[in-house]
Design a protein. Structure first.
Length: 133
């Protein structure tokens, strides 16, 4: 509803994000960035995710999910994009889709999905108060 990633919310501390993240979560030494990786993301065999949590003033303001569609995957890039575009359309009721790129605004967030290159898709979640306009 609000455009948060997973169980996170904007303004969470590094420790709070770690508590709701996967077992592979690590925090950078400077405390500005957290990282996680998930194999077979969202139940999609062969699609792996690298997740970057960004903190400003020790508070979460952005999450980037980079999906890698590996050779062992049975999914096309287009089917992955369509899956998330439909999910976000259903959740957020707003879309401005142009050439397989999606954009959604909620009360609290901006969510964007983009195909970067073949086999690589990014989903970005950002605190709406932190978006450069």
């Amino acid at each position: 509803k609000y455009g948060y990633y997973g169980k996170t919310e904007w303004g969470m501390s590094c420790e709070e994000v770690e508590a709701v993240s996967g077992e592979n979560y690590i925090l950078s030494e400077d405390g500005h960035t957290g990282y996680d990786n998930i194999d077979d993301y969202d139940g999609m065999k062969g699609v792996d995710a690298f997740i970057v949590y960004e903190f400003r003033g020790k508070k979460l303001y952005q999450v980037s999910v980079s999906l890698t569609n590996g050779s062992e995957s049975s999914y096309s890039d287009a089917s992955i994009l369509q899956k998330y575009e439909k999910l976000f359309d259903d959740l957020y009721d707003k879309t401005n889709t142009v050439d397989l790129e999606g954009y959604w605004e909620t009360e609290k967030s901006v969510v964007e999905i983009n195909k970067i290159v073949n086999g690589y898709i990014s989903i970005d979640y950002q605190d709406i108060n932190e978006v450069d306009r």
